[in-house]
Design a protein around this ligand. Sequence first.
Ligand SMILES: Cc1cc2nc3c(=O)[nH]c(=O)nc-3n(C[C@H](O)[C@H](O)[C@H](O)COP(=O)(O)O)c2cc1C
Length: 217
Amino acid sequence: MELESAIRRRRMVRSFRPDPVDDTLIDELLDLSRRAPSAGNTSAVEFVVLSTPEAVRGYWDITLPPARRAEFSFPGLLDAPVLVILLTRPDAYTRRYAESDKTHTSLGRSPAGWTVPYWWVDSGAVAQNLLLLVQPHGLGACMFGLFEHEPAVLDAFAVPGDRRAVATVALGYPSVHPGRPGRSADRRRPDLAEIIHRQRWSVARRERPGGPRAAGT
Ligand SMILES: Cc1cc2nc3c(=O)[nH]c(=O)nc-3n(C[C@H](O)[C@H](O)[C@H](O)COP(=O)(O)O)c2cc1C
């Protein structure tokens, strides 16, 4: 029931108090977060934790330079005392799938051969763990993308070139002033009946964009 309540109550927090978060607690949260399933048990998620004001400022200076801050919708996000950059390593997956128990998949050749790049999938599971785990500690979190800033951020924090940044998770104690809701907050969750298809795709419900698949595809 605790898990159900955490899932139901979780929301992205975009306005924080600047109060620091204990380093040991962050380590514990990340240790639990990484205990997620991963394809081939590759376990290739890593974290860059920015928890000093200098490091956090360095991140924002790249992704949201001071000249753009006046028009930024979520100024309270910049008060988050901790930013966790979630990293993954696609090469670790190809290496793992080149091992003898996985060679039959041919996925060890190159990341391009993966119809579903599991490094992103596995990272999502770790991220969701983290977003849920913060709640009992009174912490809030917001996950957001790095977009075009990924190379500059990885470079600034000396991350090796074979790592990719999945997203950044801001962590901290939520401000009493929640700020404005996220831009996507008004979008409704689809009805359950629209997304569950029993025994076969249900034509009575919303069609897949692009229409039904041809047989055998
Ligand atoms: C992969 C990913 C990227 C996201 N990127 C952003 C972002 O760049 N900016 C933002 O404000 N919210 C971002 N979000 C948060 C979503 O907008 C949010 O999860 C969604 O609107 C549902 O709201 P809730 O998480 O509060 O329930 C992101 C979420 C995910 C999972």
